[in-house]
Design a protein around this ligand. Sequence first.
Ligand code: CA
Length: 239
Amino acid sequence: MSRIVVVEDESAIAELIAINLRHAGHEVTLAASAEQAQRAIDAVLPDLVVLDWMLPGQSGLALARQWRASERTRELPIIMLTARGEESDKVAGLDAGADDYIAKPFSTNELMARIRAVLRRKAPEALEDQVEVAGLRLDPSTRRISRRTAQGDIDLKMGPTEFRLLHFLMTHPERVHSRAQLLDQVWGDHVFVEERTVDVHIRRLRCALEPSGHDSLVQTVRGSGYRFSTQQESAAPVR
Ligand code: CA
């Protein structure tokens, strides 16, 4: 499941895309103008934006440039839609920072395939690939977390938010993530969710990891946020 914002002022096309995306299990937000799109993205950072070039007021092209210039949205995956299929348009769209470009009229199958491809490229953590760090294994397809031992796997239990948080941390190890970044990446929301929510779920995650001793990998970086690391914090006792 990915969060996708569809920016398109022609409601028939917007609805058609939304129906197909929802059918594929995605969460869809519709925006009919650049302004609405910006508001949607300010509220919740999506996994991907389908962005029509021709919008009333500010164009999709200008909006894509604006997002690429802002730190929060620099990596936001964008697929541009346009009624004009000329090569020069395609180049302009990609130059503005779009990850892919599709000309109208398009088949919904083609659009869905392009969306899958961009999501796969941009968000490896959205994939169903297993991740393993220091004997801790997370399998997104079965939603199973286990610790490998010589006697076999031992399952660890945790809630869905802790699971998403751990998945993000394991696929982005050895980096410090601020609470705002974690809210954006794991909750998709840095505006309406309080930052201390992160602390609550980090605490629950550590509890869930305690039976296998992997709780020490979830490290607090004072004044900055959290890090998932196999390196011990300096001055911390080595387990
Ligand atoms: Ca349009």
